[in-house]
Design a protein around this ligand. Structure first.
Ligand code: GDP
Length: 700
């Protein structure tokens, strides 16, 4: 008797409703992680089975067959071929869609042939009547040599029956469905004689795959005389597939009847409009605009609330706790750091609410169909359009939205280029710089010149993303295989349970994954900005008060003067000053240097830092910051510090440079390695430097 904790593997083609079945079985008892070393998502959950038996379900990535052509599929094969794997299932549950039974059964027959106890779930039973489908379950069970659960994960029917089948897994037949050796009897005979203790179909899969499992076994076979040329293996694989479909056709001929006169429906009509050459794009962009309007409008209220709560908490802490280093750390480092994580939650939740609705309804597949051709040219996927446009709000949720892209190379490129799109944190920087260097004038009677500049910067962001994608595509092309299966699932009303679970999962993934890194880095940046070496920082107040002109200042002005002096002598200030030689060719002085270094944490800090350096009261007071910046004259050149050339150079720098630790943290989380965020950081910043350098040198 097996242990009381059954191991159950959930397997199936994409879009068969596997996730819905998983959600029905486990509810919120889910843990999402990654497979070690790769970015494929690993989902596991627990289920209570009849007779007080507990089960652990592993939701394996959706796969079309056991012939691996993507990283996701490798995961499935590696597990099923390795009986020593700690996750090797007691029972495999293969999920199929009643409307695509023929195609979905291919994978089922392969798994059966591995002689693992296998249950067949035929899902979406609620659609049978509408589609005129009827099934002869006993016939199917007999010929497929299995037990069948006819399920509607939408309605929740058949789930109890499935649980019973799982508990009784030991009574399942492990007879294979068909004898693969028929494709080349002589070769398979030789194999059988050489490895009498091994399962023949498993050997065949080991020979034909490029997967890493049981290294020893694999070498043993490969070094023997059993390797065939690649093309010969391909031919045999095709033969195997044909044989499998023949078998499935035979079984379904008796087991399934479809009255196609009932199958006529809305779908074709909807498809014609939604994937139309003109209307398709118009409708899609209208939907996108609606979504982003809502995200902006709806998340503003909770974000405001979070912002105010954390500010209040921070000042309350520093007032209430005894003064000292620890209080400073809590009040100015940790609390704002946590606030910096929590503030993203509303946007992430709303974006994923909408994305799940689009996915669940089947509309996203039409978008992919529509956009794929254009985006493919730049190494992106049709689905990349969602992250790229979401990036105008914030790159964090946008990068997480790239999870919907199945192909790893396209997903990676999307993640890497998304931060180029103009996020809302750039807006305050753009606004103040534009107002300094671009005259507030109308051109052609209708366009405001400052508004036009802002629009140009947005377009520049998109152009940067597309160009970077194109270059990355050239570089990465050889390294990952691309592969795309066009599939158009049916339109469906979204299942709210799926949508809800998805939103909760994504938010949790952000808070506990990237959140930790953001918090840690925020504390480091806080430390560097509020501490300094030597006596200058410590004695800031005494120093400022000694100055003869300080006598004429009000207390408020004096405080500002001190804060400015402290910042100048903090670690960040020193870093900003020490990079002056490197940024002089870009037209910047040390003050801008400090603003750039401190806004590495987040771009919008730029304005606040300049406000402190220019010693002005509240950073909201735009007019005074602007006037001070405008009046600042460089002692070296005798020209305005914020002249046209410097302004343009700075705008370009902020358009392209990677200045957001939260984005780096989420890239680390999503790619599961530090390599890609570092490439993002250096790639984008180098590009920004070069472009700004050229712009300044041409314009000065
Ligand atoms: P996965 O890609 O296999 O994980 O599939 P999902 O669970 O994401 O489901 C794909 C689509 O099928 C979604 O739009 C679901 O709402 C829908 N779906 C899932 N189960 C059922 C079902 O039993 N009946 C119907 N009508 N739709 C379902």
């Amino acid at each position: 008797m097996a242990a009381q904790n059954l191991k159950i593997a959930l397997i199936g083609n994409p879009n068969t409703g596997k996730t819905s079945v998983f959600n029905q079985l486990t509810g919120l008892n889910q843990q999402v992680g990654n497979y070690p070393g790769i970015t494929v998502e690993r989902k596991q959950g627990s289920v209570k089975l009849p007779g007080n038996i507990k089960g652990t379900i592993i939701d394996l990535p959706g796969t079309y067959s056991l012939n691996a052509s993507s990283m996701d599929e490798n995961v499935v094969i590696e597990l099923l071929l390795n009986r020593n794997d700690k996750d090797f299932p007691d029972v495999a549950v293969v999920v199929t869609d009643v409307e695509n039974l023929k195609r979905n059964l291919l994978l089922f027959t392969q798994i059966k042939d591995l002689e693992i106890p296998t249950i067949l779930v035929i899902n979406m039973a609620d659609r049978m009547e509408r589609k005129g489908i009827s099934l002869d379950i006993p016939h199917l069970e007999q010929h497929l040599n299995t037990k069948i659960a006819l399920v509607s994960s939408r309605k929740g029917t058949g789930i109890d029956g499935l649980k019973k089948l799982i508990v009784n897994y030991e009574s399942l037949s492990t007879e294979p469905c068909l004898n693969a050796s028929g494709i080349d009897p002589e070769y398979f005979n030789k194999l059988r004689n050489a490895f009498p203790n091994q399962l023949l179909y498993k050997l065949w899969l080991v020979i034909t795959q490029d997967v890493n499992f049981g290294a020893l076994e694999r070498n043993e076979i490969q070094n023997s005389s059993f390797t065939k040329s690649k093309s010969e293996l391909k031919r045999l694989q095709q033969k195997e597939t044909i044989k499998r479909y023949q078998f499935i056709n035979d079984v379904l001929k008796q087991g399934q009847t479809i009255d196609s006169s009932k199958a006529k429906d809305l779908r074709a009509k909807l498809d014609r409009v939604l994937t139309h050459k003109v209307f398709g794009y118009v409708i899609f962009f209208c939907i996108l605009m609606l979504i982003f309007q809502s995200i902006f409008a709806w998340s503003e209220i909770p974000m405001d609330f979070i912002d105010r709560s954390f500010t209040w908490l921070s000042s309350w802490t520093s007032r209430t706790l005894p003064p000292g280093k620890l209080t400073e750390l809590v009040a100015d480092g940790i609390i704002p750091g946590i606030g910096g994580v929590v503030i993203f939650i509303p946007q992430i939740a709303f974006l994923f609410l909408f994305i799940s609705l689009l996915e669940e309804s089947g509309y996203m597949s039409r978008v992919v169909f529509l956009m794929d051709k254009i985006m493919k040219r730049f190494g992106l996927s049709g689905k990349s359009i969602v992250p790229l446009i979401s990036g105008t709000a914030c790159a964090i949720p946008a990068i997480m939205a790239a999870r919907n892209i199945e192909n790893w190379r396209e997903r990676l490129i999307t993640i890497l280029v998304t931060p180029f799109t103009t996020c809302s944190a750039r807006l305050p920087v753009y606004t103040i710089l534009i107002s300094l260097i671009i005259p507030n004038r109308m051109v052609l009677g209708v366009f405001n010149l400052q508004g036009l500049t802002l629009m140009l910067l947005y377009l520049l962001g998109f152009a940067g993303a597309i160009l970077a994608a194109y270059i990355l595509n050239l570089i990465l092309k050889v390294r990952f295989k691309s592969f795309f299966v066009a599939e158009m699932p049916n339109y469906k009303l979204p299942m709210f349970k799926n949508v809800g679970i998805n939103v909760v999962e994504k938010t949790k993934a952000f808070v506990f994954g990237a959140g930790k890194i953001i918090l840690a880095l925020s504390i480091i940046i806080w430390f560097l900005g509020s501490h300094g070496p030597g006596d200058n920082f410590k004695n800031a107040e005494a120093h400022v008060r000694q100055q003869p002109q300080s006598l004429s200042l009000t207390e408020q002005e004096l405080d500002n003067e001190i804060a400015g002096y402290q910042l100048e002598n903090s670690y960040i200030g020193i870093m900003g000053k020490s990079i002056e030689p490197a940024i002089t060719p870009l037209g910047y002085d040390w003050k801008i240097g400090i603003a750039i270094v401190s806004s590495f944490a987040a771009r919008e800090v730029f304005v606040g830092t300049l406000a402190t350096i220019y010693n002005i009261g509240s950073s909201d007071d735009d007019a005074t910051i602007k006037q001070r910046m405008d009046a600042d004259v460089s002692p070296v050149t005798g020209k305005k510090v914020f002249n046209f050339a410097t302004g343009v150079s700075l705008l370009l720098f902020y358009a392209f440079a990677m200045q957001c630790i939260s984005t780096l943290a989420i890239t680390k989380k999503e790619t599961n390695s530090w390599k890609w965020p570092l490439i993002q950081l250096f790639g984008m910043s180098t590009f920004a430097y070069v472009v700004s350098l050229i712009a300044y040198q041409l314009l000065k």
